[in-house]
Write a protein that binds this ligand. Sequence first.
Ligand SMILES: Cc1cc2nc3c(=O)[nH]c(=O)nc-3n(C[C@H](O)[C@H](O)[C@H](O)COP(=O)(O)O)c2cc1C
Length: 149
Amino acid sequence: MTLVKIAYTSNTGNTEGISEHLEDAFEALDLEVVREEADDIDGDFFNDADIAIVATFTDGDGEIPFTFEDFYEEVQEEELEGKLYGVVGSGDSELYADFFCHAAFSFEKALAKTGATKAAETLTIENEAEDEDIERINDFAKEIVAKLG
Ligand SMILES: Cc1cc2nc3c(=O)[nH]c(=O)nc-3n(C[C@H](O)[C@H](O)[C@H](O)COP(=O)(O)O)c2cc1C
């Protein structure tokens, strides 16, 4: 069975909620989903996955959240050829216009180094997911699943 793994980190709950919507979206497409928080995973988390998903907020001025730093460094050393990946970011474009969702784009580049294939454009969400964002998350999941071999 196709396995989707979702790695996420969240400080105030917005990205956790997004990760739950991602889980629902992939499960609705009849895929098996494992969703884990950054603190609970190592760099090899995606090695047995068919689809690798990262959901992250952005901290500081465009920084990777502290809780994701080790995973961010480690995952780019892995070889993930043949797998699909996608990244979802939560950020605040009003308060951090110059750094909107930068951590998500950093992860996009990190995952590209693994040899995995980007299966959808990085999805950016303004703080907490609202109804229209849930639709975008569902479309994001469908786009990725459509690229399965
Ligand atoms: C100290 C601090 C720094 C932040 N820096 C950024 C940033 O550089 N870029 C951005 O898009 N959002 C930034 N944000 C906004 C958060 O990423 C955004 O509110 C996000 O939804 C928080 O996710 P969470 O609820 O999962 O923790 C920052 C928020 C805080 C509190």
